[in-house]
Design a protein around this ligand. Sequence first.
Ligand SMILES: Cc1cc2nc3c(=O)[nH]c(=O)nc-3n(C[C@H](O)[C@H](O)[C@H](O)COP(=O)(O)OP(=O)(O)OC[C@H]3O[C@@H](n4cnc5c(N)ncnc54)[C@H](O)[C@@H]3O)c2cc1C
Ligand code: SF4
Length: 450
Amino acid sequence: MISLPDTLCCRLSEEELAVNFADAHPPLTHAQAVVEAERCFFCYDAPCIEACPTSIDIPKFIRAIATDNMQGAARTILEANILGGACARVCPTEILCEQKCVHNVREEGHPIRIGALQRHATDWQMAHGDQPFTRAALTGKKVAVVGAGPAGLACAHRLALHGHDVVLFDAHALPGGLNEYGVAAYKLADDFAQREVEFLMSIGGITFSGTQILGKDFTVSDLRRDYDTVFLAVGLAGVRALGIEGEQLDGVMDAVRFIETLRSHDKKTVPVGRKVVVIGGGNTAVDAAVQARRLGAEEVTLVYRRGAEHMSATPVEREWAQTNGVSVRHWASPIRIVAQNGLLCGVEFARGSMKPDGQVVYDLQDTFVVPADMVLKAVGQVFLPDPLKGDSIAISSGRILVDDQYRTTMEGVYAGGDCTPGEDLTVAAARDGRDAAEAIHLMLSETSGQ
Ligand SMILES: Cc1cc2nc3c(=O)[nH]c(=O)nc-3n(C[C@H](O)[C@H](O)[C@H](O)COP(=O)(O)OP(=O)(O)OC[C@H]3O[C@@H](n4cnc5c(N)ncnc54)[C@H](O)[C@@H]3O)c2cc1C
Ligand code: SF4
């Protein structure tokens, strides 16, 4: 649990919290889904497919919904992306599939609600159907997957499908990775992450081994000795520091840790300030700010060092922050966390601007203080290479170096998801896990002469 001054506590009732953390986007009814599906032009060479990192055949599944073939719709989605249920809820569709929908360029300008339709189909499968896939004949091969987030889960499922046995190790007690501990609670409401893991693992052949830490309880070399292949999907375990005075004060913490506490504890017990300052400009900053508001913070100010157009949070997420009562301030860089009698009371920022040559400068003589009794730092996550010490796995630009087959520089060891270069998105991790499993399967088949 977070250590904070006693004055910080959740001030909302159980009922208010239940409303605030309920599903952010309630599902479509079947009638709404059919009407929405019928709007689709079912494009040949559909641009939405190309914009989806897992290349789901979107027109095909939407046509299946329109013709009331829910099982067919779900199968089309899940065979490309076994985490299609989570992706339907968390994908920033406005910069992926829906951005490319041809309806955008028509007069009325509303893309097909691909994410909502995908959710409708995958929810149907989880509610009505069994696991839609059957494992191939057992191969007798064993693969160790380290990290049970979207990349590790997608890899484990695809390997199990091909008849291999998988042990899925994770430092946490529960599988799911950031779906369980990171993504905003109202995006994956009603314990969806665990329900999806159960659904995925019902294929058989996957054993979960929790609270097992790579680098402490075992090494990659140990796994190489005991398993035919290893897949690393350990995500980004580190967070960047601000490197300014006062960062160690009680009440200053990483946004990721704040969200993890909120996701894994009774919300009534999670401390939150009255005046919260969030520093950062990405999705994590927005998620932390909105969830602090919904936990009962009276004022939440998100401060970003550049302009709105430079934020990595999408315009939809920025609007979401504002409609949730978060004040957003731009062009300000934190220079000091301010304390009075040893207690956190605000953050001092220097105002910044961009020069004509594109350089951003901050004026240390032109500062202002935003009052705060809680500060959440959301200035980026980093890959921690320490667990790989002693193994011959190369790191490049701060992530595990892999080739186009997801092979690391250590023989028989593959990697994917956030710990390797690329976009840090659930759907990109699911694609990496799936494609790495195909590469591993090919290698195992070739070496065993199957
Ligand atoms: C706060 C937050 C909100 C986000 N919201 C969204 C969103 O709305 N939409 C979206 O598309 N993406 C979102 N993302 C990004 C998305 O969650 C990640 O891109 C995705 O989870 C990456 O999957 P992964 O499997 O690579 O890693 P992770 O999900 O991080 O899983 C890695 C797993 O490895 C385990 N692990 C780490 N180190 C070790 C070790 N030494 N030994 C054993 N196990 C270890 C961890 O416990 C974890 O379970 C968000 C990220 C954050 C931080
Ligand atoms: S997985 Fe995500 S990007 Fe792909 S079609 Fe579904 S919602 Fe769109």
